[in-house]
Design a binder for this molecule. Structure first.
Ligand code: ADA
Length: 916
């Protein structure tokens, strides 16, 4: 059936092309609306504009009559009386189709556009308008039906910033004109919404931590509002405007929020934190949230809700079920009661940081109109062949029977370069259906999510993301509508679109498509073979350190990236191990990817250069696109040579031949040289690589306070790494080696007064018992940790209640906490930025000492540190055991090393070669 549709459409197109030159004699058109829906009005206005541009004189009426003379277009729903009347009068029966679908039929003088519903009619008008715009005339004898495959097709905007607002933390951004001038820019909204409907998208998500205190005032908590009266009024106007304009275009506005976040004035008044992952549900917060949601639903009945049951909620468990079923859904139901409504507006549940199948099971008992949403490839674009446990989760959600929406989340490996590979994206959408069994799309901006509405290009004025990344939106939307379109025809389609954009022939347009498709393979392949995480903790385009390639676990390797979001294959460390042990390689290998990305980079540059001399329109933008292709090429070569060098370095582990290390030097030199090219190409063209510019960014290096966000800043780091490597090879030659661990100075204890009652201390050393209620002792530790004053905490209590330590310090200090690196309910999970953006509030996210000690019967142990300013503090940690190793002065150097203890293989044994 789908194939048939494609044929019909192309036949019509061919037919039109043939007619484009002979102008129809009668250029008078009457458009008659069969109903007065705002969507139909919008659609007929678009159609009128297209006809007028093509030289027609148009009369638009809704008088219920079919004119006798001239060309007539009747548009409405199948069930409208006038549509039925026209069908009889003109002997043209519209074909029926599904939700949001439409039929267009015509004879010599009359057209019927009939939609299944208001959106279908709108899309029918838009379809005809597009045909008129493309062919400069009305088509002859058209007969087509169409309808979307995916039921929800949406884009999102972050009402968020690259930085934290003063005195606030992640996701906390009240809606104000000062912080978000664009939010109040009506012309920009109209432009944006027009672009969504042009792409047939039917949903728009606004993301924010706690939007309610900017939008509703609750009787019981009037003080919770966190914007002034004038802004509050502006926000009301904004939502009224936005929802009306969106509705005209068939777009449903959905407000997303995180839990459990409360407004700043609410937190201050009630003497609590705005968000705290380790806080259980407390009745006051539940009441406040339920009433906020009720007020929101009552006030903005046309706005949907999307719920993240995290990140400030305690882990995954019954709390999440309770919060959704006893606070959020009842809040929505209260709001509906206030409105006297019996229907259930949709609620979208994010699977992020929660056990969504478990939550859905209970929730469906009390509310039916639920949708689920989960990240397609994490916070990146890595593969159209997702598999493993993540694919299982998606299928489980899809099989609940509700609609599962695929979230193409922050594109942490695409920022900031242009991306628009129709081939890759079409395959992704196909896999959403075939592998994930999903039926919805939720699309993030291609780049600069945190810096909406701009891109990172260094232009004056700044470029709008929707304008620059038009091809990103168009590709995803086109395939969300229909993913089975014929590849060959798609190449023609995109070649035509790019030819229009850049004023060249379709032949040259094809070269531009080729550039997009070749470059489109590079970032996905790099991240899925060499990366640490699919999360925005890593900015891939800024490169990676050698230690991250040869010892990824030390940097908090995120396993889903390899077991689910990459085709079957090997990591660099696995590849080296197999080489050394002569085990055959399997699947996609890091060396094959190194070879492939070099070819992709060269081909994309060659293709764009072929098109370049023929470009006659949008030249500046074309040059920026061309520069991006060169950036991709340099980045690919940087990574390829570095990956080759990494494999070569790892060889040394098995051979102990210094010559093996020496062979890696020219490879690393090449890699650094290509990074220098990249720095040169981006210095004058990009403001930054990554739009999230907080301390949450960890890979390749910490990006706090908007630092280390350009290639120019990173270059010296890669140069130093190379120098260290050369220097240490010389040391090895002279002295025969040494990991440098022994040279680290012992850590000194800092004076801190523990206020929690009944806490005793112990000296951390070999043979020391680490829990008061368990006989486990330290079997091995590095010398620099010896002598720390450990803090005894009952393991039993840690498992059932979590850990809480109250203390007072006169100086800034760090508390060293040892985590057991294994997923197990008995162990406190290590801070995980992929699901908890507050996981670095105390600087605790990064592993400081990996494989820090050996304790029999326990897995590998990693030390993280929490920093505190002078004062009295309570550190609360979630449920699960960990070791509190004691306090050191905040300014004392704490090495970041892999001690290689407690693990069978010393993965970090070579790290020192690249460090100072
Ligand atoms: C992670 C990520 C955040 C945000 C979040 C989410 O915590 O670091 O930036 O994207 O996931 O909401 O999915």
């Amino acid at each position: 059936m789908k194939g048939f549709l494609v044929l019909v459409v192309s036949f019509v197109t061919l037919n039109l092309a043939a007619r484009a030159t002979d102008k129809p004699a009668d250029k008078n058109v009457t458009i008659v609306s069969a109903n007065n829906s705002p969507r139909l009005k919008y659609g007929t206005e678009k159609l009128t504009a297209a006809l007028q541009k093509a030289g027609y004189k148009v009369v638009l009426t809704a008088d219920g009559k079919l004119p006798a003379a001239g060309t007539t277009i009747v548009a409405g729903n199948y069930t409208d009386a006038l549509i039925k009347k026209a069908a009889v009068a003109w002997h043209m029966k519209p074909d029926t189709t599904g939700k949001e679908g439409f039929s267009i039929k015509s004879n010599e003088t009359a057209f019927i556009i009939a939609g299944t519903d208001a959106s279908g009619t709108l899309y029918g008008c838009m379809e005809l308008a597009e045909q008129v715009a493309n062919q400069k005339t009305l088509p002859e004898n058209i007969s087509l039906t169409d309808k979307p495959e995916m039921v929800l097709r949406g884009a999102c905007i972050g009402v968020q910033k690259p930085y934290y607002l003063p005195g606030r933390t992640v996701y906390e951004y009240p809606y104000t004109p000062e912080t978000f001038p664009w939010l109040y820019d009506k012309a920009l909204w109209v432009q944006y919404l027009d672009s969504l409907v042009a792409n047939r998208l039917n949903s728009l998500y606004l993301w924010n931590g706690h939007p309610f205190a900017s939008l509703v005032r609750i009787k019981d908590y009037p003080y919770a509002v966190e914007v002034d009266d004038a802004t509050f009024k502006k926000n009301e106007e904004l939502f009224a405007f936005l929802t009306t304009e969106a509705d005209k275009r068939g777009i449903w506005v959905i407000q997303m929020f995180y839990n459990i976040i409360v407004s700043k004035p609410f937190a201050e008044k009630n003497n609590m934190k705005t968000q705290d992952r380790n806080r259980p549900i407390i009745p006051l917060i539940a009441d406040y949230t339920r009433k906020s949601i009720a007020a929101f639903v009552a006030k903005y009945p046309n706005v949907g809700l999307m719920v993240a049951l995290g990140e400030a909620m305690e882990g995954v468990g019954q709390d999440d079920v309770d919060w959704f079923c006893k606070t959020i859904i009842p809040g929505v139901q209260d709001g509906l009661k206030m409105l006297g409504r019996k229907d259930e507006p949709p609620i979208v549940l994010r699977a992020h940081d929660t056990d969504a199948p478990r939550v859905m099971k209970d929730a469906l008992l009390i509310y039916k109109n639920l949708y689920t949403e989960a990240k397609f490839n994490g916070e990146a674009l890595t593969t159209y062949e997702p598999r493993g446990p993540w694919a299982e989760l998606h299928r489980t959600l899809s099989r609940i029977g509700t609609v599962q929406i695929e979230n193409v989340h922050i594109l942490a490996n695409l920022e900031p370069f242009r991306y628009g590979s129709p081939d890759f994206i079409q395959k992704c959408v196909q896999s959403m259906h075939s592998i994930y069994e999903a039926n919805g799309l939720h699309l993030y901006p291609q780049a600069s999510y945190w810096d909406w509405p701009y891109t990172a290009d260094k232009t004056q004025p700044r470029q709008l993301e929707i304008e620059r990344d038009w091809i990103w939106y168009r590709t995803w939307s086109r395939y969300a509508w229909n993913c089975t379109r014929d590849r060959h025809q798609e190449e023609e389609y995109w070649a035509g679109s790019l030819a229009d954009k850049f004023g060249c022939s379709a032949e040259q347009g094809k070269n531009i498509v080729e550039a997009y498709e070749q470059s489109g393979e590079i970032s996905p392949k790099i991240l899925r073979r060499y990366g640490i995480t699919d999360g925005n903790r890593q900015t891939m385009t800024l490169g990676m350190l050698m230690t991250q390639l040869i010892d990824p676990k030390r940097f908090g390797l995120f396993p889903l990236l390899y077991n689910s979001e990459a085709p079957f294959g090997e990591m660099i460390i696995e590849y080296a191990d197999k080489e050394a042990n002569e085990i055959p390689h399997v699947g996609e290998t890091p060396i094959a990817v190194a070879d492939e990305i070099i070819v992709h980079g060269d081909k994309s540059v060659a293709a764009i250069e072929k098109a370049a001399p023929h470009v006659t329109a949008n030249r500046d933008e074309f040059n920026r696109l061309k520069n991006d292709m060169y950036c991709y090429q340099s980045m690919a070569k940087f990574y390829a040579w570095k990956a080759r060098a990494a494999v070569q370095v790892l060889k040394f582990k098995y051979t102990n031949k210094i010559a093996d290390l020496e062979e890696a030097v020219p490879m690393l030199e090449k890699s650094v040289a290509f990074f220098k090219d990249l720095a040169g190409r981006t210095d004058t063209t990009y403001l930054y690589a990554n739009s999230m510019q907080t301390q949450q960014r960890k890979i390749p290096v910490n990006g706090k306070n908007a630092t280390m966000k350009t290639w120019v800043e990173l270059l010296p780091i890669y140069q130093r790494e190379l120098e260290n490597f050369k220097k240490h090879i010389e040391t090895l030659k002279k002295q025969g080696g040494g990991s440098g661990l022994a040279s680290i100075k012992p850590l000194n204890n800092a004076a801190v007064e523990i206020l929690t009652p009944n806490i005793t201390r112990y000296t951390f050393q070999k043979g020391a018992q680490v829990f008061p209620d368990l006989s486990a002792v330290v079997n091995d530790l590095p010398a620099f940790l010896k002598g720390l004053q450990g803090i005894y905490y009952s393991q039993g209590r840690q498992i059932t209640e979590g850990t809480s330590l109250n203390f007072k310090t006169a100086k800034p200090v760090k508390l060293l906490v040892a985590y057991f690196a294994e997923k197990n309910g008995a162990y406190l999970p290590e801070p995980t930025l992929e699901i908890d953006a507050s996981a670095d509030d105390y600087g605790q996210a990064q592993v400081k000492v990996a494989n820090a000690m050996a304790i029999e019967g326990f897995p590998a142990i990693n030390i993280h540190s929490f920093s505190f300013q002078p004062g009295t503090h309570t550190l609360t940690l979630g449920k699960g055991s960990c070791l509190l190793l004691g306090f050191i002065n905040d300014n004392d150097p704490l090495p970041v090393v892999d001690a290689g203890l407690g693990v069978s293989e010393n993965a970090g044994a070579l790290d020192w070669l690249f460090e100072k």
